[in-house]
Design a protein around this ligand. Structure first.
Ligand SMILES: O=c1nc[nH]c2c1ncn2[C@H]1C[C@H](O)[C@@H](COP(=O)(O)OP(=O)(O)OP(=O)(O)O)O1
Ligand SMILES: [Mg+2]
Length: 197
């Protein structure tokens, strides 16, 4: 079991930060990397796990604190797992609306039965920048891609992600419910277990 006084969350994404903070609750005092730097590290890894480790090390180096990073994305079956680790950069850095528009266009002629997709989340926790044994936890959330946006909550691809168990898009779920069901929730549950929290 690790005894943290403080932890830095290594994300520049406001939606993610809100979810991670809610899931951690009072378990640990949380700072955000934005307090220390606005420079985002280049995500050069070939996997979610590698990118999560890279972001966690970078945040630990900058802050001097233990760091938790989340690398996540949407893997679409009909696109061979794309956009995957490139989800945030799918429309060349033009943001969520452009990413969603590009995804809808790519799937325009794909029938409902072939629109399966998974949200993927890799969490990496490092005790310090050179930690030789990062704690790694992963979570998946299965669903499918809608033909048009639905809902106002969440962030990123949420308006396009149909959640079969709740029969609505993930942007139609209240935050508390998404935070119990999502890829991030599953990864975080494993992490809290690992940490004895
Ligand atoms: O629950 C989610 N609901 C909707 N979309 C989501 C979710 N989880 C990840 N996503 C999408 C957003 C972004 O297009 C990509 C993450 O990219 P990713 O590099 O991990 O995060 P980011 O660049 O937004 O912030 P940062 O790297 O500073 O943590 O996947
Ligand atoms: Mg990123």
């Amino acid at each position: 079991m690790i005894d943290f006084k403080e932890l830095v969350l290594a994300s520049h994404n406001a939606g993610k930060l809100k979810e991670l903070q809610a899931m951690l609750g009072d378990a640990v005092r949380v700072r955000s990397i934005g307090e220390f730097s606005s420079v985002e590290p280049e995500e050069t890894g070939l996997s979610f796990v590698e990118n999560a480790i890279l972001k966690a090390r970078n945040a630990a180096r900058i802050s001097g604190l233990p760091a938790l990073a989340d690398d996540s994305g949407l893997a679409v079956d009909a696109l061979g797992g794309a956009p995957g680790i490139y989800s945030a950069r799918y429309a060349d850095g033009q943001g969520d609306a452009a990413n969603n528009a590009k995804l809808l266009a790519a799937l325009r002629d794909v029938p409902d039965a072939e629109r399966g997709a998974q949200f993927v989340c890799a969490l990496a926790l490092v005790r310090h920048a050179d930690d030789p044994l990062p704690i790694l936890c992963e979570g998946l959330w299965h669903g499918s891609i809608l033909h048009e946006a639905r809902g106002e909550h969440g962030f990123g691809y949420d308006p396009l992600f149909w959640v079969p168990e709740t029969e609505c898009s993930s942007a139609e779920l209240p935050a508390e419910q998404k935070n119990r069901l999502s890829h991030r929730a599953r990864a975080m549950a494993l992490l809290l277990q690992r940490l004895g929290l």
